[in-house]
Design a protein around this ligand. Sequence first.
Ligand SMILES: Cc1cc2nc3c(=O)[nH]c(=O)nc-3n(C[C@H](O)[C@H](O)[C@H](O)COP(=O)(O)OP(=O)(O)OC[C@H]3O[C@@H](n4cnc5c(N)ncnc54)[C@H](O)[C@@H]3O)c2cc1C
Length: 428
Amino acid sequence: MKLPELPYWDAVVIGAGPAGSVAARLLAQSGARVLLVDRKRFPRQKICGACWSASGLELLEAIGVRSGIDALAGIKLRQLHLRSSCANLRVPMPEGLAVSRAAADTVLVQYAIEAGVRFCPNVRAVVEPTSENTRRVRLHSECPGDLSPMGVEAGIVFAADGLGHSSLCELPEFEQQAVKDSHIGAGCTTTDFPASLQTGTIHMVIGRAGYVGLVIVESSVLNVAAALAPSLVRQEGSLANAVTAVLREGGFPAIPALADADWCGTPHLTRREPRVAAKRLFVLGDAAGYAEPFTGEGMTWAVMGACAVQPLAQRALRSWHPKMIWEWTAICRRMFGRRHLGCRALAGLLRIPLAVSGVGRLLGMSPYLASQVVKVMGRTPGTEAIKRSLGYELQDSRNGHCCSGAPDQSGGSSGTRAESYLSNRPAG
Ligand SMILES: Cc1cc2nc3c(=O)[nH]c(=O)nc-3n(C[C@H](O)[C@H](O)[C@H](O)COP(=O)(O)OP(=O)(O)OC[C@H]3O[C@@H](n4cnc5c(N)ncnc54)[C@H](O)[C@@H]3O)c2cc1C
């Protein structure tokens, strides 16, 4: 993929996961000229349990992208199967959807392109440290042979580049510290798995040093995603062996094909007090600090953040003010602070064998209690408020209150909006 042809953009969005694609689309719908880049070639796989929660699906519906995801023939999820050395529970859950990240993320990118976003895959972005009247981003083509980077200027930048936010490597204030003992992620897919694995069920196997989620996605592919203590991986010698050890400990049938699968790993999953904004820069999704994935809400959080940042981003495009850094920090804390803490507490609990067996027994004795717990876990507080505000804001921006451009034939938004923003830029 070629680097973009233009050096000036209203917004550059780094990372085409759910946070980046949705944020880019919503901003383009308000008339901004948006460039979306991802260092990977699309479709790309991503380590993830691949499960959209009921709240996440409602949010996708509210922003008008649900039908594209539904069309992927993902698998409706209706049951959670929790398995550990002392519990074996099957609990009904609010209806979710299992769909591969390769397919779902490609659809979200497609929606962004249709809204006028210019998408450049295979392009790695690095945000430059200084910012005056624009933010400068260096783009490096990942295609062999394309050597010289290109600099682009943007009114605002969204860093939605996932765990570790590599695009911010030159900004010392964004250096992240992983939480001690935080798990790492691991994942693979296979078509060769035991018949005991049921379609429409999330199989969650809990061990002392990690947990593994198994779910069948479209085309009868088994998606395997795990959070593992680094010490377990070291001890077992590979990601595949570590996952097999967790399955064995939980009394789950072995999956021999895991030994030959293509495994990928992530850095530590949980970050300490991450910074989420700087001048003309907003950090979204996992890049803004992920917690461990047991409750499977990461994609919903990513989309929530992409929606919540819109009013601020539109104001920043009209006129940047330093207090916007504080505003975005406060919004993130309000939306995710307690949820992150809850996830960390749960992750801590899962490391205590006595607690796991106690909770397992309790839930096993009361199917009603178990179904209520799963129901609570399947709902993401805050999505209702986002949906309500979206109804107003989307309508507001479509009425032209924010920006005035419309998509053009070339896949970018029309020159009008960009020119008007850029011509309003203060000199310097
Ligand atoms: C083991 C595991 C299981 C999980 N299970 C679930 C689940 O079942 N349900 C759920 O909702 N969530 C789950 N999650 C969490 C979910 O995967 C993330 O929260 C979600 O992907 C975050 O989306 P994002 O858009 O912030 O980032 P990502 O989806 O990570 O996208 C970031 C993108 O940025 C790109 N990028 C990175 N650096 C650069 C750069 N310098 N320049 C350009 N592009 C760059 C990457 O290629 C990537 O495409 C799980 C996570 C893990 C680790």
